[in-house]
Design a protein around this ligand. Structure first.
Ligand SMILES: Cc1cc2nc3c(=O)[nH]c(=O)nc-3n(C[C@H](O)[C@H](O)[C@H](O)COP(=O)(O)O)c2cc1C
Length: 178
């Protein structure tokens, strides 16, 4: 049963990479702030490797998450499927923050805009339609994370199901009190 749960999660995450409507397509990424506390934001899952549980996201090099990950290389991911009432929480470690011109060039223009605003993300604007882009200045970054652990929770009757898996335990898994 434990390995079935892990396999199902891996399958769902792989589907989410391709299927824009999958509930795991968007997830919450939490990183450690420089001074105190953490910062959360929604991101898109861009790649997931079922063999080594590596995740990939895309971002702008000037966003807070990049600075924060460079200072503290651990992050938490929260996935939630409201139809199946399943929550996944991953503890992860940064593997790399890389430029990737091959991926950037393959993106449609509307997506390139997400990584090429002249002003950095979060800077003040007079109005939303005055953002200017410079497609030659590429701030596109691919970030890859290694999963260290995953906690699975499914709400169901009569018994909720909560399972902890960790890399250090070869992803064998153990049941927890929900
Ligand atoms: C639906 C949705 C999807 C998003 N996807 C991404 C994403 O894949 N990568 C990203 O860097 N920001 C994405 N964002 C924006 C982030 O949530 C965040 O506002 C932005 O990246 C600023 O990052 P920071 O908090 O690291 O400064 C998305 C926002 C929404 C609402």
């Amino acid at each position: 049963m434990l390995s079935q749960i892990l396999d199902d999660c891996k399958n769902q995450l792989s589907i989410a990479v391709k299927n824009k409507k999958h509930p795991f397509r968007l997830f919450t990424l939490s990183t450690q702030k420089k001074d105190r506390g953490s910062q959360m934001r929604t991101v898109v899952i861009r790649d997931f490797n079922q063999d080594n549980l590596h995740f990939t996201i895309y971002t702008d090099a000037r966003s807070n998450k990049v600075e924060q990950l460079n200072l503290y290389n651990q992050a938490q991911f929260l996935f939630y499927d409201s139809t199946r009432l399943v929550q996944l929480i991953f503890e992860t470690e940064l593997i790399s923050i890389e430029e990737d011109n091959y991926i950037y060039e393959s993106l449609p223009e509307r997506m390139k805009k997400d990584y090429t605003s002249i002003k950095p993300p979060g800077s003040r604007l007079k109005a939303p339609n005055v953002v200017k882009y410079d497609f030659s200045r590429v701030y596109f970054r691919k970030i890859t994370f290694q999963s260290l652990s995953m906690e699975y929770l499914k709400l169901k009757r009569p018994n909720h199901l909560r399972v902890h898996f960790s890399k250090s335990d070869q992803w064998k898994g153990c049941f927890l009190t929900p």
